[in-house]
Design a protein around this ligand. Sequence first.
Ligand code: F6P
Length: 327
Amino acid sequence: MSPIKKIAILTSGGDAPGMNAAIRAAVRGAIFNKLEVMGSIRGYQGLIDNNLVPMDSQSVSNIIQQGGTILKSARSKQFLTPEGRQIAYDNLKKNKIDALVVIGGDGTFTGARVFSGEHNIPIVGIPGTIDNDLYGTDYTIGYDTALNTVVEAVDKIRDTASAHSRLFFIEVMGRDAGFLALSSAIASGAETVLVPEINTGYKKLDDFLKNSFKKQKSSSIVLVAEGDKLSGGAIKIAERVNKEHPDYDARVTILGHIQRGGSPSGMDRVMASRMGVSAIEALLDDQKSVMIGMVNGEIVYVPFNQALKNKKPLPPKQLELIDILSI
Ligand code: F6P
């Protein structure tokens, strides 16, 4: 028999489409297993503020299709301090909460690892971020929806780019990771992609401009991850290109936070549902400090230490693909 009788669920960091589907699955998975559930409002900050609400099956009705997170999210500064975490722990005890399910990205799991180590509280994480940058899982919730949002937007920009034979730099999210930029580039037929993981240097970009744009393509689309080292963002890079090649008349679109919103795709809903129930099963299976991962379609448990210590590599074959497909 598991000693866990009551859990709390929270979402933290950048929200991602499908977080609500994960909350729903975790709440219902818990109730199915006869656990009591509370929701912490605004992530870890809710634990510190004792802003916890009871959740039942009905409280998660009609949310599987909604973007955002009904529990709200935050990046709590107070939780970064031992004093803040002590208050959070005291509130957990006051509410008789034995374990936590946290939904978010690397910042969320860094907090979870420290908290669980300090106060010996079991925590299971569900990867929810449009960045898809967590080591140990092929997939993070929200990535598929964000990918579809980017592709739809780039398709539209392609129409006007073609009409004017223009070069566009389109900036997509990804402060530290280029997975979204890379997949979007493949799916939208972009001519090239700039990602934070690889410092390509201006020469590569210049070569591309000479070899591709100069070949009188009807349009050229370069996807730029916001954290790209070369450019420091699409605006700067377009300014530089326009200065050196005024005849290119390059334009910029920054897709921004539309990438984080919207109704989750079917794929995100399925992933979130599987991962949400698995998080409860992991807690009942005595897991204490792990992230739920998805590898080759199967659920795995990834210790927070491992997920955080290692950097998930960008698939080199997919980078090659861009070069092959844009000849
Ligand atoms: O981690 C998710 C993410 O959307 C990143 O891709 C992006 O760099 C960052 O969050 C933006 O954060 P904020 O919403 O705080 O500006």
